[in-house]
Design a protein around this ligand. Structure first.
Ligand code: SF4
Length: 220
C-alpha cells in the first residue's frame, strides 16, 4: 500500500511535533481542498517502509497524525493504528466523518480525533458533494466519546455565512473544542475570499458560548 509521508510537522498534532501519514483518495469533493494530489492517489511511499522509518525515529518523534485524503476509506486503518499504538506512538486521526463504522473500530487506538464539519448539514451537498448526513451525525456522536478531540470548519465568507456557523454551533454544541480555520487559496479552479483574522475572531466570539474552547487558525 502506498501513502504520503511528512516526517516532521509542527501543525498537525496539538502541542506536539509529529509525523504525518497521508492516506490516498477521498469520497468528498471540497472545492477548497489543499491535498488534491493525495485525493487523486498521487502518493509514493510504501506504508511498510514508512512504519519501519517511524519505528527507528521513535526517540525523536512520539506522535503520528493519520490524515488524507480520507483515512477511513482504507479498510486496513484499524490494523495500521493498532500497530502504531503498539509501538508507543500518540495517535491522531483527521477525518471527514463519512465512515462511522470504521471509525468505531479505530477509536480504541486513538488519542485525538480532528473531524471536519463542512457546514450546516443542509450545505454538505453544495460544499463537499456529499449527502449521507446520517453518517456524519453518527461520527459526531462517536468523536464526542473521546477525551481529546476537535471539530473544525474551513471557512470563507464566500460560502459560509455567520448564520451557517451558528447552525454548526447548534449542531455540535457542548463539544470540547471547535476550530475555525481560515480558507486559504490552494487551487486555480476555486475562487473564494480569504477571511481576515478579525472576521474569524468575530465569528469565534459568536460561537464561544457553545463550546468549552473555540480556536482560530489562519486568516490574513
Ligand atoms: S474531505 Fe478533506 S481531503 Fe477530502 S476533498 Fe474535502 S478537504 Fe479534500
Amino acid at each position: 500500500m502506498k501513502v504520503g509521508f511528512t516526517k516532521l510537522s509542527t501543525i498537525d498534532y496539538p502541542g506536539k511535533i509529529c509525523s504525518v501519514i497521508f492516506m490516498p483518495h477521498c469520497n468528498f469533493r471540497c472545492g477548497y481542498c489543499h491535498n488534491q494530489d493525495v485525493v487523486d492517489g498521487n502518493v509514493d511511499r510504501k506504508l511498510d517502509d514508512v512504519l519501519k522509518e517511524l519505528a527507528q525515529d521513535q526517540k525523536i518523534i512520539s506522535s503520528v497524525c493519520i490524515s488524507g485524503g480520507e483515512p477511513t476509506l482504507n479498510p486496513e486503518l484499524a490494523t495500521i493504528a493498532k500497530e502504531l499504538k503498539k509501538q508507543g506512538f500518540l495517535l491522531k486521526l483527521d477525518t471527514n466523518g463519512s465512515n462511522p463504522y470504521l471509525l468505531e473500530t479505530v477509536l480504541p487506538y486513538l488519542d485525538y480525533v480532528a473531524m471536519d464539519i463542512k457546514g450546516p448539514l443542509s450545505r454538505y451537498s453544495a460544499i463537499a458533494k456529499y449527502d449521507e448526513i446520517n453518517k456524519i451525525l453518527r461520527s459526531i456522536s462517536l468523536v464526542r466519546t473521546l477525551k481529546d478531540y476537535e471539530f473544525r470548519t474551513t471557512i470563507s465568507p464566500t460560502y459560509l455565512l455567520e448564520s451557517d456557523v451558528l447552525a454548526i454551533a447548534n449542531l455540535i454544541q457542548g463539544s470540547k473544542k471547535y476550530v475555525l480555520q481560515g480558507y486559504k487559496k490552494a487551487r486555480s479552479d476555486f475562487e473564494a475570499e480569504e477571511p481576515t483574522k478579525e472576521w474569524l475572531q468575530q465569528i469565534a466570539s459568536l460561537v464561544k458560548p457553545y463550546f468549552t474552547e473555540v480556536m482560530v487558525r489562519g486568516g490574513k
